[in-house]
Design a protein around this ligand. Structure first.
Ligand SMILES: C[S@@+](CC[C@H](N)C(=O)[O-])C[C@H]1O[C@@H](n2cnc3c(N)ncnc32)[C@H](O)[C@@H]1O
Length: 220
């Protein structure tokens, strides 16, 4: 199997099951026009996040790493009308594109994009004593995943779900353990394995984004 085959199967899944609508396609077009890196989740992964959020009836979602808001739109569409999604993005230029994309998707009423380093935004959010989140998606600087996960756990309700993207990294998690991203993924797995407050697993994925995986933790 190779990347072309994985991508062809991904296209088939997208055509038959995912069927993105125009606001999602438009978000990807705006991202490309603004020269944002094409490192958003794939359509099938966006749908996967949306389904997970719907399965637990998520009303409050937290995201770390907005980019142009593609995953944000997928997840915000899982929310009821009175739901809320907060997303952290370090790059003001990316956040501006995301705000426009979210507005175009008619989700501005429930999405709050906060600009800054998540290392500063997380403690600020915790100090606000927010209503607990139901669903958290961590998809920013990979070496910080263990730190982000610990903070996420502090603000997620029992029965909530925390998903961390890019934890397999084309196998680098075992082949290249000293790479900073791999170190983040390995520390995260060790933390998940010994943390009594969660039950976790990792689902390996292949597709248009290569060979990677989502770590998924259910808060007990
Ligand atoms: C992989 S992209 C996010 C993709 C997005 N979740 C999607 O699927 O559409 C990672 C994003 O995290 C942001 N980022 C990296 N380090 C960060 C940090 N310390 N705090 C907040 N955002 C950060 C990057 O600027 C980038 O936009």
């Amino acid at each position: 199997m190779n990347w072309e085959q994985w991508s062809a199967v991904d296209r088939y899944i997208n055509e038959t099951l995912v069927q993105e609508n125009s606001a999602l396609n438009e978000a990807l077009r705006s991202n490309a026009a603004a020269d944002l890196p094409a490192i958003d989740v794939s359509p099938a992964q966006g749908r996967q996040l949306q389904l997970l959020a719907r399965m637990i009836g998520a009303r409050r979602i937290l995201e770390v790493g907005t980019l142009g808001g593609y995953s944000t739109i997928w997840m915000a569409r899982a929310l009821p009308d009175d739901g809320a999604l907060i997303s952290f993005e370090a790059e003001p230029r990316y956040a501006d594109v995301a705000v426009a994309n979210v507005a175009h998707a008619e989700l501005a009423d429930r999405v709050d994009i906060r600009v800054g380093d998540a290392h500063e935004l997380f403690p600020k959010l915790i100090a606000e004593q927010p209503e607990p989140f139901d669903f958290v998606f961590i998809d920013a600087d990979k070496q910080s995943n263990p730190e982000y996960f610990r903070w996420a756990l502090d603000v997620t309700r029992s029965g909530g779900v925390i998903v961390v993207d890019n934890v397999i990294r084309n196998g680098a998690i075992v082949d290249d353990p000293d790479d900073p991203g791999s170190r983040g993924a390995r520390e995260l797995h060790e933390l998940l394995g010994r943390e009594p407050r969660v039950s976790a697993t990792t689902i390996q994925t292949v597709g248009s984004k290569g060979w990677d995986g989502f770590a998924i933790a259910l808060v007990n």
